[in-house]
Design a binder for this molecule. Sequence first.
Ligand SMILES: C[S@@+](CC[C@H](N)C(=O)[O-])C[C@H]1O[C@@H](n2cnc3c(N)ncnc32)[C@H](O)[C@@H]1O
Length: 238
Amino acid sequence: MTARTHIPKGETVDEAFSDVAHDYDQWVQKALPGYNEIFDTAIELIPYQPEKAIEVLDLGAGTGLFCKHVLEAFPNASFVLYDLSDEMLEVARKRFAASANRFEYIQGDLVQVRYRLKFDLVISSMSIHHIGDQEKQVLCRRIYQTLRPGGAFINVDQIKGVGRFGELYWTTWLRKVREAGAEEKHIQKSIDRRRKFDQDASLLDQLDWMKMAGFQADCMYKNYFVGVFLALKPARDG
Ligand SMILES: C[S@@+](CC[C@H](N)C(=O)[O-])C[C@H]1O[C@@H](n2cnc3c(N)ncnc32)[C@H](O)[C@@H]1O
């Protein structure tokens, strides 16, 4: 399978995000109802002491918001940020310029991600739903392989609303972003991106795929269509 078979002609997912890279940080605070609780939960789930120099891989890192929260809690951590959009990564480069020696940036597709390096922690937020379900399963296995024994994968991502819940997730989100004061032009761009590129998976499928890859996994927090998934690699196999 080629890397981006699911993307409609005329615009790619990296073009769509590159287009909004400079407004993204302000937008996401309004576009993600429960933003603070979601990321507070994600950070408190990291299974290491705050002073440890953990090595972190962020998949679909965008402008580096998730890394920023990890760095605040783990000041000795080092990071690899992986994303399709160089413009999104450019915002991250500026954000972390003061600690440049602990940050590496890779422009690439999640579908093709492969590492020889090992990490203590793999994080991802609002990104993996852009790839297909088969590709998500392959990615889960690759994340498992790239983690050290006892390592963790923390994924903040969209959840497909099954049956009537799909409509309920959608209308509630729209009401909340409007109440949060998001500009209508940003809302429309987001709706456009969601229609073109989102391939949400159900909560149960996402958990199953993590477990099939070898993880112990649970959804630790859920705010309508957004879940905080914790997947733990056993300290030793078997
Ligand atoms: C909604 S943004 C989230 C960015 C960041 N993780 C955050 O939470 O602020 C989605 C990001 O995923 C990236 N992305 C989407 N599909 C991707 C793919 N197939 N491979 C790599 N990155 C991808 C986009 O370029 C974008 O930066």
